[in-house]
Write a protein that binds this ligand. Sequence first.
Ligand SMILES: [Zn+2]
Length: 161
Amino acid sequence: MDVFDLLERHEGLRLKPYCDRCGTELIPRPGSYICSCDPFDQKTGNITIGIGRNLSADGIVAYEARVLLGKDVTFARAHLTNWGFFNNLDEVRQAACIDLCCNVGRAGFDEFRDLIADLQAGEYQDAAASLRNSLADHEEPRRIDELATMLETGQWPAGAF
Ligand SMILES: [Zn+2]
């Protein structure tokens, strides 16, 4: 045993955010979270994850954020490789697809039938139009427009976002 084992023994390993006071997994609700703490008890717990990381007080550091992102990109890339078109795309168009897949989720990406058909056919103008059409009401319109332009042009975006 070492100090890491000792802490994991005492804190446990929790892969989803939980309340460190009552131990329940946190459920988001508008403006707050729901846990099992007594609502009439004025004490609150901390949002915690992993092996006792207090997200409320300490958050994560940039290095940790990039480790998480690396895993997300790896999962997205592995998923997209299941589609025949993906490996034939250039780096920029692959990146646009990975960004989109990370944004809408792997199952969400698979619902973009028109976009996928256009990419399979190598019709990049149509792919951009399909993306803009599918996500016309997206909460990040500039992001979608930038991804569509990347699919159209095969160029990295220029200038500040
Ligand atoms: Zn609680």
